[in-house]
Design a protein around this ligand. Structure first.
Ligand SMILES: Cc1cc2nc3c(=O)[nH]c(=O)nc-3n(C[C@H](O)[C@H](O)[C@H](O)COP(=O)(O)OP(=O)(O)OC[C@H]3O[C@@H](n4cnc5c(N)ncnc54)[C@H](O)[C@@H]3O)c2cc1C
Length: 412
């Protein structure tokens, strides 16, 4: 987050996060990238012990009672460790908690939120299925009513934290006789009989985050673990798009930042043709572009976080969040690629972590909704929004010399 926009309390919070990030051993980062550590349990336990998880939730539940702006700042700082650290930091405490804090019963908050924020339990969010992630409402997982609860069957894939989670937020079809958006339910599913998870993907990057296929075979889920009402998955799904996408955007900045910083240091020291390569405009301008993209991304995350904190119009927030996710993830990917390019051949090796950052960041434009889906939402919301606000602003159409040549204004 920008220094000049922070209060003293926010700076102190930022410094706590930076101290925590500094304390994480490099061995853990390397072991995760080698797939030798499948899930960084101790990292989350320590974050919980330091009260760093979920800062925007009520103090009574183990949060700090802060705002979205603070959560975004936290996600950026944790992203510096590597994208997957921010993924596991965010999935439980930012995503799963968000839904339970907003829509859960008091009993669910006690059983799930409090231990999660304390780092004592781990959670995973299960939307994506083998048959598709973008088409969320096409989900094939289903739950059928039984005495005192539901019997859940289905398979989810690419689930961050899935290999270690103690419980799962799972969407399933509960009424096949109505359109899917009226017949799906969200469940909080404890790991137990019928739940299996396999850490099986050869991921390009973001390794060590417990990304797994999770299967549910005749799993009994008590009524008390229905989140937000039977057939009311939409009430959970749509609001969760805010933490999914705004959190993703914020952490992507943090993950790209070290690449740009390393490139700055390297190009200041490295010489070619008798001078530091930073003094060649072809090099220095790429670093300048990268820094500009990071700052533009940070600005967008900040203003969108302010819109969410202010309770702005939900449709406009939906557009802001989607365009923020799309712009920031593609901008940060570009910034990291610039960083690798100006480091020449060595940037492509594992002598520096830049190649890992580039690999890791490829996930940013895919998960929590692809950037194509983000564009789809922005398009839909913008056209609706324009129709609503057009009458309130000056009509620019007559401000052209031949504006009234109706014969030239042909639309069909
Ligand atoms: C490492 C990793 C971690 C993940 N973590 C999680 C997690 O924790 N929980 C979870 O639920 N999911 C997770 N995902 C899944 C991720 O969110 C999905 O992969 C993503 O939403 C895309 O779904 P898909 O892979 O099924 O692709 P598809 O939906 O099959 O899409 C394939 C392509 O078609 C495009 N496309 C689809 N529909 C449209 C359209 N209408 N207009 C334009 N283009 C379209 C997409 O943009 C994409 O380019 C993770 C994925 C990975 C790789």
């Amino acid at each position: 987050m920008f220094e000049h926009l922070m209060t003293p309390a926010q700076r102190a919070h930022r410094d706590e996060l930076r101290a925590f990030v500094k304390s994480v051993p490099r061995d853990l980062i390397l072991a995760m990238d080698r797939d030798e550590v499948q899930f960084p349990k101790e990292f989350l336990q320590e974050a919980g012990r330091l009260n760093l998880l979920g800062p925007r939730y009520p103090v009574a539940l183990g949060g700090r009672g802060l705002k979205w702006v603070d959560s975004c700042m936290a996600m950026e700082e944790v992203g510096v460790l590597g994208y997957i650290f921010a993924c596991v930091f965010g999935v439980g405490a930012e995503l799963v908690c968000d839904a339970i804090v907003s829509l859960g019963t008091d009993d669910q908050k006690e059983r799930f939120v409090r231990p999660l924020l304390a780092g004592r339990r781990f959670a995973a969010e299960c939307l994506t299925e083998p048959r598709g992630g973008s088409d969320f409402f096409g989900a094939a997982s289903k739950a059928t009513k039984c005495d005192g609860g539901w019997v859940l069957n289905g398979a989810k894939r690419f689930i961050v934290g899935g290999s270690e989670a103690d419980f799962f937020l799972v969407y399933a079809r509960t009424n096949p006789d109505v359109p899917p958006h009226k017949g799906m339910t969200c469940f909080l599913v404890e790991r137990g009989p019928g739940v299996t998870s396999n850490y099986l993907y050869g991921l390009m990057g973001c390794r060590g985050g417990g990304t797994a296929r999770v299967m549910f075979h005749d799993v009994f889920v008590p009524d008390a673990n229905v989140l937000g009402g039977v057939d009311r998955a939409v009430d959970v799904f749509y609001p969760m798009m805010i933490p999914e996408r705004l959190g993703t955007a914020a952490m992507t900045i943090g993950a790209a930042r070290p690449a740009v910083e390393l490139a700055t240091r390297y190009t200041s020291k490295r010489k070619a043709f008798g001078q530091p390569i930073k003094d060649f405009q072809g090099v220095g301008f790429q670093v300048a572009d990268a820094v500009t993209l990071l700052d533009a991304s940070r600005s967008l995350v900040f203003t969108t976080a302010c819109a969410v904190d202010a309770g702005d119009d939900p449709n406009r927030v939906r557009r802001f969040v989607s365009e923020t996710k799309k712009f920031v993830t593609s901008s940060c990917q570009q910034a990291a690629r610039n960083a690798m390019q100006v480091m020449g051949g060595i940037g492509y090796t594992n002598v520096y972590p830049v190649e890992r950052i580039v690999r890791d960041l490829s996930l940013a434009s895919i998960w929590t909704g692809t950037n194509e889906i983000m564009a789809l939402i922005v398009q839909t919301e913008w056209y609706k929004e324009y129709a609503r606000h057009a009458a309130a602003v000056r009509d620019p159409e007559p401000d052209a010399e031949h504006a009234f040549d109706q014969d030239e204004k042909v639309y069909e």
